[in-house]
Design a protein around this ligand. Structure first.
Ligand code: IMP
Length: 193
């Protein structure tokens, strides 16, 4: 049996990633199945952080590891909050991160932004591959919508007129950066099967 560990403790993320891997014949584990100390995400890029997570998990298991890191890059802020998306404001609360972002964008006409996910697949023979998914859009002028998390309430995807938090989970699951990166991983695993 092929075994893979998702390098996350986040149940929503795990359940999103688990199904397509199970369909490919993998026995899927996550960090909820292992006793692992907190992994410090000290990388300067999403890819570095995804690699740090993958290699930290690799130390405690022989299984193949799939890790990910995501963030929001705002063009008018030179790519911020980017790799610091989770801890943009001092409090790390979504609400405060969004307020800080809207404040920094107050006088900006150029409002384009991109959600990005990098996934790293580290095989038990040390082969390593990375995959990316993006979602382009714009920063709204206020928080709007009840669904989702993080910056969903201030982000309007290209081709839509409402925030991700208003559009809801069905639309988001179809177009999200994480889903696009996952599709790349699944296609790759299908090709090498
Ligand atoms: P993570 O790497 O998936 O834990 O994402 C890091 C941070 O990026 C989160 O804490 C959010 O602030 C932001 N983020 C990542 N993905 C999303 C998303 O799909 N919607 C909104 N915010 C996100």
């Amino acid at each position: 049996m092929k075994r893979i560990v998702i390098a996350s403790q986040n149940e929503d993320k795990i359940s999103e990633i688990r199904n397509p891997l199970t369909a490919l014949g993998y026995e899927v584990y996550s960090l909820l199945d292992f006793d692992i100390p907190d992994i410090e995400e000290t990388g300067k890029t999403l890819r570095e952080n995804a690699r740090i997570k993958a290699h930290a998990v690799r130390k405690i298991t022989e299984y193949t590891v799939l890790s990910d890191d995501s963030g929001l890059e705002v063009d008018a802020l030179h790519g911020a909050p980017g790799v610091h998306s989770k801890r943009f404001s001092d409090s790390t609360m979504d609400e405060d991160n969004n307020e800080l972002l809207l404040k920094k964008m107050e006088d900006k006409e150029q409002r384009s932004a991109t959600f990005k996910t990098v996934m790293v697949l580290l095989f038990n023979d040390e082969r390593e591959y990375s995959f990316e998914g993006s979602l382009h859009g714009y920063i709204h002028t206020r928080q709007e919508g009840e669904h989702g998390f993080g910056y969903d309430s201030v982000f309007i995807p290209v081709g839509h007129s409402q925030t991700l938090a208003t559009l809801g989970p069905e639309t988001k699951d179809r177009i999200s950066h994480r889903r696009r990166a996952l599709r790349e991983v699944v296609n790759f695993l299908k090709d090498i099967a």
